[in-house]
Design a protein around this ligand. Structure first.
Ligand SMILES: Nc1ncnc2c1ncn2[C@@H]1O[C@H](COP(=O)(O)OP(=O)(O)O)[C@@H](O)[C@H]1O
Ligand SMILES: [Mg+2]
Length: 252
């Protein structure tokens, strides 16, 4: 089961959600999980890979996306959780993929096919832009979760990502399923409440019942290179992500 965590904007909580869902599935729900970091910013890799600075381009997802080699899988400090780390040089790929003549949308898919049976779940942390990297992620996925933070521009960007999914369905992968919209960074402001209301009105049952509160523990956890469940099990965001994973497992 391969799930992309996406949004068409940066800073909306994709990486935090990818880390929390992947580590929660592994740590609390005893699933075997692979996290694939396909964002050149490599934020989830920096949290999960010890000595991340030592990871070379060849030992990162660049190997697969640029050189069509097998996925370099690394272990993490968490049992049952492996990672394919990203690399800053992945930011060059879009130019290369734009001119490539092979099935450039399917490079990740082809290599994931070979390892996906070793895992219960593969979670892909997507980049914030519509690019060949995102298309690679979607083409390899069974499901997509769209992360939405409060705000007008955040809601506005949903149209765009909807179009991307439609295009991927049309050209590359007809069976891809939009699993749901996840509302994150919720707080007691009118802006947040209004955003959630609009999201629920527009996308109705596609919006997960569980919402993730704005919670500084999450930021502190990642600052300390830890996932939230290891940093503070009692944190509001820990409890929310745990509830979300239960809801997710029910939806699948
Ligand atoms: N629920 C939350 N509460 C508080 N801060 C959050 C929450 N989710 C994410 N953040 C913070 O917001 C910033 C952007 O989140 P991140 O997950 O990196 O987003 P993205 O991957 O979409 O760019 C980070 O500093 C992160 O720690
Ligand atoms: Mg990110």
């Amino acid at each position: 089961m391969i799930i992309s965590i996406a949004s068409q904007k940066g800073g909306t909580g994709k990486t935090s959600s990818s880390l929390s869902i992947a580590s929660g599935l592994a740590d609390i729900f005893n699933k075997k999980v692979l996290l694939v970091d396909i964002d050149p910013q490599a934020n989830s890799s920096k949290v999960l890979v010890k000595d991340y600075q030592k990871i070379s381009k060849e030992d990162s997802i660049c190997a697969t996306i640029l050189d069509r080699k097998p996925l370099p899988i690394h272990s993490t400090g968490i049992e049952n959780l492996d990672i394919v780390p990203s690399h800053i040089l992945l930011s060059n790929t879009d130019i290369e993929l734009t001119t490539a003549k092979d099935h450039r949308e399917g490079r990740l898919n082809r290599e994931l096919e070979k390892v996906k049976d070793d895992y219960d779940f593969v979670i892909i942390d997507c980049p914030p832009t519509l690019s060949w990297l995102t298309i690679n992620a979607f083409t390899a996925s069974d499901h997509i979760i769209i992360v939405v933070a409060p705000g007008y521009f955040e809601l506005d960007s949903l149209n765009q990502i909807g179009k991307t999914i439609k295009e991927v369905r049309e050209y590359f992968h007809p069976d891809i399923n939009l699993l749901g919209y996840l509302f994150v960074m919720s707080d007691p402001t009118i802006n947040s409440r209004t955003s959630l209301k609009i999201l629920r009105q527009t996308y109705t049952e596609k919006v997960f019942n569980t919402i993730i509160p704005r919670n500084t523990d999450l930021r502190d956890a990642h600052f300390n290179k830890q996932v939230i469940f290891r940093y503070n099990k009692e944190a509001k965001s820990s409890q929310a992500y745990k509830k979300l994973i239960s809801e997710l497992l029910e939806r699948l």
